[in-house]
Structure formats: C-alpha cells, structure tokens
Design a protein around this ligand. Sequence first.
Ligand code: UD1
Ligand code: MG
Length: 448
Amino acid sequence: MTQRTCLSIILAAGEGTRMKSGQAKVLHQIAGLPMVAHVARAAESAGADAVALVVGHGGDAVRKAAEAFAPKAAVFVQAERLGTAHAVLAARDAIAKGRDDILVMFGDTPLVEADSLALARAKLAEGAAVVVIGFRPPNPAGYGRLVETAGKLVAIREDKDCTDEERKIGFCNAGLMAISGAHALKLLEQVGNANAKGEFYLTDIVEIADKAGLTVVAIEASFESVLGINNRAELAEAEAIWQKRRRRQAMVDGATLIAPETVYFSHDTEIGADVLVEPNVWFGVGVKIADGATVHAFSHLEGASVGPRAEIGPFARLRPGAEIHEKAKVGNFCEVKKATIEKGAKVNHLTYIGDARVGAGANIGAGTITCNYDGYSKFFTDIGEGAFIGSNSSLVAPIVIGAGAYVASGSVITDQVPEDSLAFGRARQKTLPGKGKELRERRASAKK
Ligand code: UD1
Ligand code: MG
C-alpha cells in the first residue's frame, strides 16, 4: 500500500467552564502532559503527518503550549463557537491542502488509542468516505446516537434531536471521525444548523454522505478510550485509567510493581526490565530507570536517571538533574538535586546532595549537607572517588574533596581537601574529669 497522507484536526475551542479554572481545559494535564498533547500524540502514532489545532477566542495559551507538543501544528481560531462542523471548517485552509485522510479529534478526549484511529484510517483506505468511532457508554444520555438501518449507519442523531425510539439506541458517537480528504470540504459545506441547538453539527455529514451514495461505517472503541473530560472529577478518572494502562505496560515490559495501584508514572517515564518498584512511588516527568534498579517505597523522583542495579529509597527524593549511576545507593530521607552519584557510591541517610559530583565508591555519612546556596548563587561540590565523608558534615561550596580523602564527622569544610588527606573542621573535644558531677551539685544547691 502506498503511504496515505493524513491531517488530524484537533478541536479545542471549548471554554471548559466546568473545570472552574483560569487555565484552558485542554491544557489540564494527565500524567504530566496536557490533554491536547495526548490527543496529538495518538494522532501521530496513527500516522498523522500534519496537525491543525482549532482554538477558541483567547486560545493563546493553547497556541503557546502547542509549540512544545506539536511544533509544526497549524493553529486556527474559531472565534464564534457555532458547532463542531463549524469548528472543523475553521481549519479549511489545512483541509484544502488535500490530504488523503482527515482525523477529527477532540482536545478533551485524551485517552483515545492509536489503534482505533489506525483502524478508522484503514476503513478510509478501503473506500469509506466517513468513519465514525462509536462506543457503548453505561448511560447514553447526552451522546449522539448512531442510527442504523439494516446494519448500515445512516445518521447520527444528537440527544436533543432524538425521537423516543432513537433515544433507546445504546451505540453512541464518541465524537471522533475519519473523513476522506477528497470529500471532506464538500460534505462539511452542506451542514446546516436547523436543529435543537442551532449549531452546525459535524455529525450531520453521516447522513449527507449516506444520501450522496458514499460509504459510511462505524467502528467501535472502548468506553474508557473515548472518555471526554468536562470537570476535574472526570480528569481524575482519566488519570486513573491512564495510570492503570501504564502500570500494566511497565509490568508487561518486565518491571515488578508490588502494589501497582500505588505507583504513579508520567507520560515519559522510561523503566527497564527487572526493575523492582515498591509501593507508593511517584515518577514525575523526565525519569529513566535502568534495568535491575530498585526503587524502595515512598520515593519521589522527577527529572532523574537511575542506573543499572542502583537502589533508591525508601523515602528518597530525586530532583531534576539527579543522575544515579550503576549500583549506587541513595537511601532514606536523602535528597539529590542536579548531582551525579557515580558508580557504587553511597548516600544512605538523611543527606542533601545538590550541585555536586560524588565520585565512584565514595561514602557519604548520615546527615551530610552540601551547602550549595548562599542566598544568591549556586556552587558546586566535587567529591572524589572513594572519599569518605563523616556523618553530619557541612560541605560549603564551592569545594573540592579529593579522591580517597577522609572528612571527620561533624566537620564544616570550607577549604579544599586534597587527595588522601584527613580533614577535621570542628572544635577539638575537651574533657574535664569529675566536672560533670561538680556542676550538677552546684546547680542543685542553687535551686534549694
Ligand atoms: C459531541 C457530538 C456527539 C458525541 C459527543 C461525544 C457533535 C454535534 N456532537 O457532542 O454526537 O456523542 O460529542 O462526547 O459533534 N467544539 C469546538 N467548537 C465548537 C463546538 C465544539 O471546538 O463550536 C469542540 C469542543 O471544545 C469539544 C468538542 O468540540 O472538544 C465537542 O464539543 P461538545 O460541545 O462537547 O459536543 P457534545 O455536545 O458533547
Ligand atoms: Mg462534550
């Protein structure tokens, strides 16, 4: 088969008032990615090579966001919201460029799967002019119904325009459609607005195409995959569905999740095989976990990479720029930011490592802090291979601690510590025999 070209038109002109938000509805995120970007990705996975984004009045934030998730998208403004067909026609110039396939998608239907879109495109390739993606919701009220005669789709009737008989139909319109590029403009231009809402319904093209003798077919998608988001409760529902899919994928790909329902992924989390993830772990955006690593319970990772067989947590926080190399360990109540923990190094207890390198095999004692910030700028701490930092040390950056050096516990290190040297940065202990007892007696008699 020769490669068919495909334009996806993503409708995002809705105001989303039910989100009760200062932010455009389609920019609310699922797994750390705006809903509309999920839609663009699904289109891309289904082979769409061009994107037209239809935004509403004041859609500048959406336009701006699109620069990140669909930099090549053409953005069109639908200034007046006169219905879904009217919205699609806002992208008339993109349609007129003449693509083989057109996928119409909704920016607030983020869980759509590439499989359904690809199937719809396959039907176009077989000669259909319009392919409707249908679904069977538990409660069809509010959705357009797919009206079939002798097993053939002849119309979509919007809920408000349905007869009582039609309202009983359980097969509904998900809203997403594939239209043959050769027929699209002609079909769309025939849509009128003589209906209950006085809107130009995209759904009317089904009847128009059928009457013109063109082939119209319906395919079915799962309820979950075409869930439309109108409020934050539905947003949370969509997040839950997304997370469930992703957890399953992680396990299928060879990671062990002991309590999968407590592990949260981001849209771009990369997780290898034989990774063990204990309960209650959060993967924020930009996390990569290599094969064989372990992430213990209650860890929070974001913008971090974890090398093969490294161990994180329990209760660890990896912030952006944390790079944990092979077999290194970041243990309980440790925070690592913009720092490399090289092979086999250990940062095991109650420590903050920021703007730093911890050389291979180094050991960082409990309670060690890199003092990386003076209130104005950030400074670097370089800890050499095999160095040993005693517990409760403050390393005042910028500072270099050489390979194999030893820092005594409780030190405040402000000067460079050369390789293999031993540094004390604390007051020497003074012990006065018997003075403890004497002090106690003096205090006690003073109190009488
Ligand atoms: C639409 C379908 C209905 C389907 C339902 C599935 C039509 C006429 N109806 O109804 O058959 O069952 O979705 O959820 O298509 N939009 C614009 N500009 C407009 C109007 C809408 O961009 O002028 C966008 C909205 O932002 C939204 C999408 O199109 O993303 C659907 O619009 P909406 O008003 O939610 O349509 P429904 O009445 O839900
Ligand atoms: Mg809707």
